[in-house]
Design a protein around this ligand. Structure first.
Ligand code: NDP
Length: 237
């Protein structure tokens, strides 16, 4: 019997990369998993079929759709907000609409999803948001908007941990460094510059992040809340 048998888990953004690994992990551990996606229908259907989870389309840029999705998912034992986008480059040249969309997906959606989930979450519930080591450290130019969004999650988690702590609900941020996904491929153009600042000079695997999420969602982590959990090969050391 898996350690999440009988638990209801919703992952926002589970069709690819880190989110897909999180879906795989919870499903393998016996949870009933639902996950959202926005654009990658084929990938989502594949993950759902292979894991026995349920894929539903919900664009995290649409606040009301996110709130409705969380509400319609019923009482959740675990909410994981993984969906996130990048908007990288010279801030003087960036499209302001792209920056605003990033804020909707990376900041507004996690906040509204967390609050909505907490309305019906039972004692012992877990809210876990995927931030980034760039919430702490920005060693290169071109990351300002992205870093702003990931730092915002830190304040959110600290605050919501206080709000929901009396009900036994924990709120934590997992902060990956370079992880091999479509967003940041291990053989991509940023590889050398990223590895140069790392203690362990390689990309991590999505499964590494999923393992940390599973621990935070499990019974050993009931006293861990309002905290940032960095998993970055020493990128921020
Ligand atoms: P990918 O781009 O590989 O995957 C992103 C996932 O999020 C996909 O499943 C995608 O679904 C979903 N998603 C994106 N936008 C939306 C949206 N508007 N609505 C719903 N779902 C959405 O990214 P990663 O797996 O690399 O990143 C996952 C998280 O980890 C992000 O929050 C990212 O910021 C963070 N992170 C990643 C790092 C890395 O090096 N990879 C490092 C630090 C943090 P679909 O394609 O179906 O729309």
């Amino acid at each position: 019997m898996g350690s999440f048998q009988g638990k209801s888990v919703l992952v926002l953004g589970g069709s690819r990369g880190i989110g897909a690994a999180i879906v795989w992990r919870f499903a393998a551990d016996g949870a009933a998993v639902t996950f959202t996606y926005a654009g990658s229908r084929e990938a989502a259907e594949r993950v759902a079929a292979e894991t026995g989870s349920t894929a539903v389309v919900t664009d995290s840029a649409d606040r009301d759709a996110v709130i409705a999705r969380v509400r319609d998912s019923g009482p959740l034992d675990v909410l994981v907000v993984n969906a996130g986008v990048g908007a990288f480059g010279d801030p003087l040249e960036q499209d302001p609409d792209a920056v605003d969309r990033l804020i909707r997906v990376n900041v507004a959606a996690p906040y509204h999803a967390a609050v909505e989930a907490a309305r019906r979450m039972p004692e012992g519930g877990r809210i876990i948001v995927i931030g980034s080591v760039n919430g702490d450290r920005i060693p290169f130019p071109g990351l300002s908007a992205y870093a702003m969004s990931k730092s915002a999650l830190q304040g959110m988690a600290r605050g919501l941990a206080r709000d929901f702590g009396p009900r036994g609900i924990t709120v934590n941020v997992v902060q990956p460094g370079p992880i091999d996904t479509d967003l940041n491929p291990a053989d991509g153009p940023m590889k050398d510059i990223q590895h140069a600042v790392m203690a362990i000079k390689r990309h991590g695997r999505p499964e590494d992040v999923a393992g940390m999420v599973a621990w935070l969602a499990g019974p050993e982590a009931g006293f861990v809340t309002g905290a940032m959990h960095t998993i970055d090969g020493g990128f921020g050391a």
